[in-house]
Ligand binder design. Structure first.
Ligand code: PGA
Length: 237
């Protein structure tokens, strides 16, 4: 199965025109482009090969009195296929808790979207809460869930000195997460990504690993040349 590149644009760029241009230059097989909500429609119509992803969603569905929030049904209507959930920037800056993330995970799966659940070095606690309700309530065999291991200190925006985790340690953590989920008796199809300071120079060190099914890329996904090179690596495996 080809490896997946999730391009997390975060709160970039500032205008729809720039978003469309970046989308045009990021339109490669195996890439999932996750722009800000505002640009989902424009980016979605621009992409021909890449898939569309969102950076978050709300746990109530499909509509309701929830000012400022966006539902899974609304995202699906825009052609969104993947949703990033529990990114550390939301956990830290907005106080998102594992209980909130667990509800977001459940609604994403129920609505037929693929969650990209981000966990940091606190993964054992996060995974236990994030998944426990889902396993008890649904435990769907046919759904695909992506788990992105992203250590906080490796995310490029966290500090100027941020460095990626080593591929060896990322594999160790990913195996630990798989074992934890096995102990929780999960049934769904889980794939693992690594994220944190991934760029075109180091991406293949993660993509070549059989334990790693793809990468979650932040800053480098805003540089068209870089995302193209990373997408080329992904196609080789
Ligand atoms: P980075 O971000 O690639 O800029 O380190 C990754 C992320 O936060 O998802």
């Amino acid at each position: 199965m080809p490896k997946l590149i999730i391009a997390n644009w975060k709160m970039n760029p500032a205008t729809e025109g720039e978003a469309v241009e970046l989308a045009r230059q990021s339109d490669w097989e195996n890439v999932v482009v996750c722009p800000p909500f505002l640009f989902l429609r424009a980016v979605g119509t621009t992409l021909k090969k890449a898939s569309l992803g969102a950076q978050d969603l709300f746990w109530k569905n499909p509509t309701g009195a929830f000012t400022g929030e966006v539902s899974a049904a609304e995202l699906r209507d825009l052609g969104v296929k993947y949703v990033i959930i529990g990114h550390s920037e939301r956990r830290l800056n907005l106080g998102e808790t594992d209980e909130m993330i667990a509800k977001k995970l459940a609604v994403t799966v129920k609505e037929g979207l693929v969650p990209v659940l981000c966990v940091s070095e606190e993964w054992p606690e996060q995974i236990k809460v994030d998944f426990s309700q889902l396993i008890v309530a649904i435990n769907p065999e046919r759904f695909r869930i992506l788990i992105a291991y992203e250590p906080l200190w490796a995310i490029s925006a966290s500090s100027e000195e941020a460095v990626p985790d080593t591929p060896e340690h990322a594999v160790e953590v990913i195996s630990g997460i798989r074992n934890l989920l096995t102990a929780m008796n999960y049934k769904f199809n889980v794939k693992f990504l690594y994220g944190g300071s991934v760029n075109w120079k180091n991406a293949d060190r993660y993509l070549e690993l059989k334990e790693v099914d793809g990468v979650l890329v932040g800053a480098a996904s805003l540089i068209p040349d870089d995302i193209q090179k990373i997408a080329n690596y992904a196609g080789e495996y």
